[in-house]
Ligand binder design. Structure first.
Ligand code: HEM
Length: 325
């Protein structure tokens, strides 16, 4: 029997609230500014300097701020993997709201860019960047929806992550603008470039997150080959083999279809068991990749009785923070 550990992404599995909290913290400055602007537009006290551009035509900026607040907060919760698994159906329901809110952010951003007088300290570069990234955000949302309609979870996650990264540049801009004006001065070009840097930074981080999730997490112990690769190396499987996968949390029923129609059982201890016949190693790898994409922490993979060989992969305890396996 060979054993392989499954490297759990640090800090992601059990509750996973750190990422959402960090993301909301990043969006905090524009969210607070937006709240103050809404208070002012509703006739309340002026908590921030008044801007006649917005008071003359408040609905577009109001729509922008409200949809941005919903998108930033609800979107951050999609990164709480443990929460998502404990609340089956939440991801799909909130995902629909998120797409509408995201489109609200991007469309209102394009409207503000095209039809509002520009900020006095901004120039052509920011205008072009806002049009470009506003349109790119709409495209990412569209591609994310199309991907999940085709059952492609990995692509769905990647496009939705990119859309979220584009929107959250509003938060990163609060920092890049300060640093940029200190380094480059306060000319419109310098300020535009500093604001633009926020999109570059956010998208770079998004790509890193996406690629990190795509790295195979099965690692062998003892003999150097990957646990599952070892079987493939012996010639693979000639006949279909029945496998049982156990994961943390109660998976939503629709993942069973996404994962090739495996039978799904919710167990009393808060785990899920997926069972089904797989034709070959590539299907086995497909299911493992699918579980990784879903974000379900893997506990064990078992080849069920009747198979000529028995291979068992068990989850090792999560590594200590800072300890690289
Ligand atoms: C979660 C994401 C976002 C938040 C929280 C946010 C927040 C805000 C707030 C609070 C304002 C009003 C500023 C004020 O009252 O002075 C604003 C304005 C604006 N936002 Fe956003 N925003 C977000 C995303 C975006 C994106 C992705 C774009 C462009 C692609 C964008 C483009 C604009 C534009 C053009 C304005 C008008 C700026 C002006 O002329 O003063 N926003 N945003």
């Amino acid at each position: 029997m060979s054993t392989a550990s499954v490297r759990r992404p640090e800090g992601r599995a059990r509750s996973g609230w750190r990422a959402p909290l960090a993301l909301v913290a990043l969006a905090l400055i524009p969210l607070l500014a937006g709240t103050a602007r809404l208070v002012e537009l509703a006739g309340g006290p002026g908590l921030i300097p008044s801007d006649t551009r917005f008071t003359a035509s408040p609905w577009a900026v109001a729509m922008h701020i409200v949809s941005a607040a919903v998108y930033a907060v609800l979107g951050s919760m999609q990164f709480a993997v443990g929460f998502r698994l404990r609340h089956p159906g939440w991801h799909r329901r909130s995902g629909r709201v998120l797409v509408v809110a995201g489109l609200g952010v991007a469309l209102s951003a394009l409207w503000l860019t095209l039809f509002f007088p520009p900020q006095p300290d901004s120039g052509l570069l920011l205008f072009v960047l806002r049009i470009g990234f506003g349109s790119a955000m709409i495209a990412c949302l569209g591609l994310g929806v199309a991907a999940i309609r085709h059952g492609d979870v990995a692509r769905h996650r990647a496009w939705m992550t990119r859309a979220y990264a584009i929107a959250l540049a509003a938060g990163t801009q609060a920092f890049t603008e300060g640093i940029g004006s200190a380094l480059l001065g306060d000319s419109p070009l310098a300020l535009d470039a500093s604001r633009g840097a926020a999109w570059v930074i956010n998208l770079a981080v998004a790509e890193w997150v996406i690629r990190r999730a795509s790295v195979p997490e099965l690692r062998s112990e003892g003999r150097g080959a990957t646990g599952s690769g070892e079987r493939a190396g012996r010639g693979g499987v000639g006949a279909a083999t029945t496998y049982e996968f156990r994961v943390e949390g109660h998976l939503d029923a629709h993942w069973s279809a996404v994962l090739g129609g495996l039978a799904l059982r919710h167990d009393g201890d808060g785990t899920s068991t997926l069972t089904g016949e797989l034709a070959d190693q590539s299907q086995l790898h497909g299911v493992l990749a699918g579980l990784r994409d879903v974000g379900a922490p893997l506990i064990s993979v078992r080849e069920l009785a009747g198979s000529s060989r028995r291979v068992e992969h068990r989850q090792h305890p999560a590594p200590q923070r800072g300890v690289r396996e």
